[in-house]
Design a protein around this ligand. Structure first.
Ligand SMILES: Cc1cc2nc3c(=O)[nH]c(=O)nc-3n(C[C@H](O)[C@H](O)[C@H](O)COP(=O)(O)OP(=O)(O)OC[C@H]3O[C@@H](n4cnc5c(N)ncnc54)[C@H](O)[C@@H]3O)c2cc1C
Length: 346
């Protein structure tokens, strides 16, 4: 039996695991995917999930400093572009991008850095939790291959996903279950598209790489090149529901109209559909729109007779949706576990 099982090795789960082990507990983290990071997803240096953090997000700033992850400023110099049904207009200056920081190796470096500091035995990959129930004083967790037992559990998974994929054996009351089912998954209904080029050619035309479009397919576009314009790339968001045959050609046609003929042939076009990610989004993710449920007071209290603690960006009491919120939720859950064990609930 472990002191604590943490479900999910995203930013929140890894933060909780790290804090619990630093406090001397036997905490293990079980992760459904074969990689850590969840929505911190970097492929060949390109961020297909989170991209930025902002001034005032001190937990991210501290983590970056602790792990030695290099950061740089989001590129935002030059003119922006606005597209509507009448056509494309160049806007003097860039009111679209705000000052923000990027992660040199990509956002997944935060998760990889945290995971690297855990002993190998503390992290179980490719192990989705499928069932949780209270058995006397302990919690039993089912995975495909075994049953794990713990005194306390940290559920570092978006609530709507947790209740869709995990059988709680009637352990959650109806009010909590209904709220969890209705809580949106941040960016879960979105597809992120990254177009990679050999050079940031738009910069030499005085363009920032920033655009807003009322016609789509991409609704919002930003420069996502690496430091000093290396790994040149533009990225955009679109509702995942807009993905259909011909989508990629429509994207390159849109980028060409906005940024010129060089945009017509990206070296690579990544299309990351977060709504289709089994371990991020529950079915019908796009129907959940009540963002007032983020950080709801029910998520600040443990469930399962004080033994199950919520911890993910959606449950964070502040900065919900952001990496900062995930780190806050992970720290808070770790503190709640320690309190529960000290007061002998666990
Ligand atoms: C396209 C996109 C852009 C974004 N941009 C930004 C940005 O620029 N800045 C910012 O601050 N934030 C951004 N975000 C949000 C940010 O990525 C999240 O706030 C943060 O990564 C959430 O971390 P988490 O640990 O709470 O959840 P997750 O990252 O979702 O982690 C949950 C983990 O649990 C695992 N899991 C799920 N179910 C199970 C199960 N049954 N058993 C075991 N494991 C399970 C998952 O595989 C995953 O690893 C963006 C997100 C997306 C998708």
């Amino acid at each position: 039996m472990s002191d604590v099982v943490v479900i999910g090795a995203g930013a929140a789960g890894l933060t909780a695991t790290t804090a619990l082990r630093a406090a001397g507990l036997d905490a293990i983290c079980v992760e459904a995917r074969d990689r850590v990071g969840g929505r911190l997803a970097t492929t060949e240096g390109y961020d297909l999930g989170a991209t930025w953090f902002w001034d005032g997000e001190h937990r991210v700033a501290d983590l970056v400093a602790r792990l030695g992850v290099p950061i740089f400023d989001q590129h935002r110099f030059g003119d922006a572009i606005v597209q509507d049904h009448t056509g494309i207009r160049r806007f003097a200056g860039n009111p679209i991008d705000v000052a923000a920081y990027r992660f040199g190796p990509g956002a997944n470096a935060l998760a990889a850095g945290l995971a690297a500091q855990l002993p190998e035995t503390a992290l179980r990959m490719s192990t989705p939790v499928t069932g949780i129930h209270l058995d006397g004083d302990t919690v039993e967790l089912r995975t495909a291959s075994e049953a794990l037992r713990a005194r306390q559990v940290v559920l570092a998974v978006p609530p709507a996903l947790a209740v869709a994929r995990i059988d709680f054996h009637d352990g959650l009351d109806t009010d909590l279950l209904r709220r969890a089912e209705a809580t949106p998954v941040w960016m879960g209904a979105v597809a992120k598209v990254v177009a990679c080029y050999s050079t940031p050619f738009w910069r030499t035309k005085g363009l920032a790489g920033a655009a807003i479009s009322r016609t789509g397919p991409l609704r919002e576009i930003h420069d996502m090149s690496g430091p000093d314009g290396t790994r040149a790339a533009l990225f955009g968001f679109t509702p995942a529901a807009a993905l259909r045959p011909g989508f990629e050609a429509a994207v390159t046609a849109q980028l060409t109209r906005m940024f010129g003929p060089e945009a017509a042939r990206p070296e690579t076009l990544h299309v990351q559909d977060w709504s289709a990610e089994r371990w991020t989004s529950p079915p019908g993710v796009e129907q959940r729109m009540d963002y007032r449920l983020f950080g709801h007071p029910r998520y600040q209290r443990p469930a399962l007779s004080g033994r199950l603690h919520w911890a993910c960006t959606e449950t964070a009491p502040d900065h919900a949706g952001h990496i900062e919120g995930a780190l806050h939720a992970g720290e808070q859950a770790a503190r709640a576990v320690l309190t529960a064990l000290e007061t002998r609930i666990g």
